[in-house]
Design a protein around this ligand. Structure first.
Ligand code: PAF
Length: 281
């Protein structure tokens, strides 16, 4: 595994690989790697000859008062894990390397970035789109792989690629879960022992609501049950049942459904979702 800090060194390496007709898959991360990230790496290895993983904690996707300064830094462990997966390149740029002309961004995500997580983190998705666009410019990958836990982010990145007519295939991997159902997340490290014990209830509620809907329960009634049930243990930021293709309201003919939610408890914010198909519509 080669480690690059500078765009120009990375580009020299990637140019020589492109000359050999080798394809490139990018897995952008902010570090704090867990099995969810490693599933993205495994997917990337299946897609392309060369796998580039980036670690960069992007300041522009954090609002003031969020956890930018405390974001888990587990670099030595991340490096060890990536080495063991035999990726080709670890790219760890500085802020100056990513934003040489400052952090002003010309790309605006639009309406899809203002709902759900975007309603609670108003500038978040513009920052995500900004940094992902920048990584695409630098790496020029054939493929890029993202996790489905950040489902809204995934749709936003797919629309970025479409809007900018980029020749990059966006691939995704399902959420990886702990043995008790809790979605793997770098932020799970923030949970106290007691909160860690309570946290799997989040996924239990999502699963129970999915089962209610599959059993024929009315969507808005199921949503109410979900909110009431989560509210007993957590502060619910949002809990929605939506069309999984575009995060709009469900219509009679919608078959791909997502239950998507964000909660807060004990100072930690967690997100999760479940996508499923409704039969006979
Ligand atoms: O999902 C993440 O870890 C980040 O939002 C990403 C895509 C690496 C951009 O900073």
């Amino acid at each position: 595994m080669q480690i690059f800090k500078k765009q120009k060194d990375l580009n020299l390496f990637l140019e020589s690989e492109r000359e050999k007709s080798n394809s490139i898959a990018l897995v952008p991360t902010m570090g704090g790697l867990h099995d969810g990230h490693l599933s993205l790496v495994a997917k990337a290895k299946n897609l392309a000859e060369i796998v580039v993983v980036s670690i960069f904690v992007n300041p522009t996707q954090f609002a003031r008062g969020e956890d930018f300064d405390d974001y888990p830094n587990t670099f030595e462990n991340d490096k060890f894990l990536l080495e063991s997966k035999k990726i080709d390149v670890l790219f760890i740029p500085s802020k100056e390397e990513i934003y040489p002309h400052g952090t002003e961004s010309d790309y605006k995500v639009g309406a899809i970035g203002q709902i759900l997580c975007g309603a609670f983190r108003p500038s978040h998705f513009d920052g995500v789109a900004q940094v992902v666009k920048r990584f695409f410019e630098i790496v020029k990958p054939n493929y890029a792989v993202f996790g489905e836990k950040d489902f809204q982010q995934l749709l936003i990145i797919k629309s970025l690629v479409k809007n900018l007519h980029l020749d990059i295939k966006i691939e995704s991997m399902p959420t990886q879960r702990e043995h008790d159902g809790l979605a793997m997340s770098t932020r799970n490290k923030y949970l106290s022992d007691i909160d860690r014990e309570r946290a799997p209830h989040f996924y239990s509620v999502l699963s129970a609501i999915r089962d209610l809907i599959l059993g024929g329960k009315d969507i808005s009634e199921a949503r109410e049950v979900g909110i009431n049930s989560l509210s007993k243990s957590f502060e619910v930021e949002y809990f929605e049942v939506l069309n999984a293709n575009n995060l709009t309201q469900i219509e009679t003919k919608t078959s791909e459904i997502i239950i998507i939610s964000a909660i807060r408890f004990g100072g930690t914010r967690l997100i999760d979702n479940l996508v499923f198909r409704r039969k006979n519509v």
